[in-house]
Design a protein around this ligand. Structure first.
Ligand code: PEP
Length: 252
């Protein structure tokens, strides 16, 4: 049985005041048994969020890490070692905004995945196709490539302690959501690809859906057998909306 995970990607949002307000809202949410919850603030706010919510069961993660796992002369970077030292528990790798706006390719993403695991952080590998790729009928091929490249570089064993988020690029921040059936088809293909390498990993890994998830569409997505939770952007900036998504995951 896979335990659902709902993770909030706060992206480059928030001031100290607004983050404190959001955390206060999270603290008021009822704990939903059987659901893991995580929030991913900007690196600057990670320690602030951890110290405010350390008594409740909300994991705190980062949105990015350096390909260099340790400390060193890499101006502006933050290493997995430093994130782990701040009690961070997970890190996004391969988010489409990093792929598209910061030219991160599969090799860079594999290095970040490896760096994260080297310091005990759970990598959340994001994969997803653009609208153009979907319209060209290439969705499954694109996802298989993105995943296959990481498997080739790091080996299937790396996925024993990892999470994958399927995030169609055309659905991120657009208000468009994949239908539950569209999302399920991709999740099933991801699970099949992993299972063909290692049945245990394929059946146990958590596959999140991301792309304009909100309270109004979460439940129908979570009804799908291979959707084990959500990576939530915009809606995670509102504690009540995020809370409703967590509750929907609890009914899975
Ligand atoms: C994301 O950025 O990972 C995301 C899914 O964003 P949104 O929910 O806003 O589409």
């Amino acid at each position: 049985m896979r335990r659902p995970l709902v993770a909030g990607n706060w992206k480059m949002h928030g001031t100290r005041a607004s983050v404190d307000e959001l955390v206060q809202g999270l603290l008021k949410l009822e704990v939903v048994p059987g659901v893991d919850v995580a929030v991913l603030p900007v690196a600057l706010h990670i320690e602030r969020v951890i110290s405010a919510i350390e008594s409740v069961q909300v994991l705190v993660g980062a949105q990015n890490c350096s390909v260099e796992a340790q400390q060193g002369a890499f101006t502006g970077e933050i290493s997995a070692a430093q994130l782990a030292d701040s009690q961070c528990r997970m890190v996004l790798v391969g988010h489409s905004e990093r792929r598209q706006l910061f030219q991160e390719d599969d090799h860079v993403i594999s290095r970040k995945f490896y760096a994260a695991q080297s310091y005990g952080l759970t990598p959340v590998l994001c994969v997803g196709e653009t609208l153009e790729q979907r319209e060209a009928g290439k969705t499954l091929e694109v996802i298989a490539d993105q995943l296959g490249n990481v498997i080739r570089e790091l080996g299937i064993g790396a996925f024993a302690q990892a999470v994958i988020a399927y995030e169609p690029v055309w659905a991120i921040g657009t208000g468009l959501t994949a239908t539950p059936e569209q999302a399920q088809a991709v999740h099933a293909a991801i699970r099949d690809q992993l299972s063909s390498e290692d049945g245990q990993i394929g059946s146990s890994i958590r596959l999140l859906y991301g792309g304009s998830v909100k309270a109004a569409n979460a439940a129908e997505l979570f009804e799908m057998p291979d959707i084990d939770g959500a990576l939530v952007g915009g809606a995670s900036l509102n504690a009540d909306e995020f809370g409703a998504i967590i509750r929907a995951a609890g009914r899975k």
